[in-house]
Design a protein around this ligand. Structure first.
Ligand SMILES: [Zn+2]
Ligand SMILES: [Zn+2]
Length: 250
């Protein structure tokens, strides 16, 4: 499996970091984990073809995580000869179907699926089995109905928090994962409810027994902080700090 960081930032615009987005590639699949503004544009830069995206996973309905679903659906309709018999799946929190209907109310047929089947899955605490991989979801401690994801494929596993505060469900989701991707919004001394700090992220990775930790979703307040050192006081495994355009083999 290969993981690409499309955006390692937040809702605050900065030169270096776009809003949250990850792309996971394995076998015939290209899975997007969130898709904040600018994620779609990063794909061709990284050699990724948006027409191959067959799953879009959404953790919660904050714009810095979901907004590029609109141009993605639009682009699928404007691509000459784009047809597919396999569905385009969108997996998201409870409220996904209402979210989609409201988008359709505004953007109409421009974002409707005309040349491919569309499948919407509302997920909470559970597991969805597809032919060659599975997706587990658990509720996160952030916004109403927000969820985290774990993808198990090819004997490997990656877990992703989206936005969350410390909770037992993210520890469970990240249990012995080959890669645990956690948000790391604020330094320890500026902790905000509903988000993690380097120390809390390290604690989760240690309790989960994750094999490797990737931190992302950095607010600009991190300038000058030694994130790796703070996190490393809790977690002794490998700690990576996401940057836009990063590629990892899992
Ligand atoms: Zn966020
Ligand atoms: Zn959020």
């Amino acid at each position: 499996m290969e993981l690409y960081v499309l955006g390692s930032g937040t809702c605050i615009p900065t030169v270096d970091r776009g809003p949250s987005g990850l792309a996971l590639s394995f076998g015939p699949h290209l899975i997007l984990l969130d898709g904040g503004g600018g994620s779609l544009r990063q794909m061709p830069r990284l050699g990724l073809d948006f027409r191959k995206v067959d799953f879009q996973c959404l953790t919660h309905f904050h714009p810095d995580h979901v907004i590029d679903l609109i141009p993605l659906l639009f682009a699928m309709n404007y691509t000459v000869d784009f047809t597919r018999s396999d569905p385009f799946h969108i997996i998201g929190p409870v409220g996904l179907k209402i979210f989609f209907e409201k988008m359709r109310g505004i953007f109409g047929h421009w974002i409707e699926a005309h040349t491919y089947p569309l499948s919407l899955h509302e997920a909470g605490n559970g597991e969805i089995d597809f032919q060659d991989f599975s997706v587990q979801t658990r509720p996160m401690l952030h916004s109403t109905s927000s969820i985290g994801f774990r993808v198990n494929a090819e004997g490997r596993s990656i877990a992703y928090s989206g936005d969350t505060d410390y909770c037992g469900d993210i520890v469970t989701l990240g249990k012995e994962a080959d890669l645990l991707v956690l948000e790391c919004s604020f330094p320890d001394e500026r902790k905000k409810e509903g988000h993690l700090t380097p120390t809390l992220a390290g604690r989760i990775a240690r309790e989960a027994g994750a094999k490797k930790l990737l931190l992302t979703h950095f607010y600009p307040v991190f300038g000058g902080h030694d994130i790796r050192k703070e996190c490393g006081q809790e977690f002794s495994g490998e700690i990576l700090l996401a940057v836009d355009g990063m590629k990892l083999n899992i």
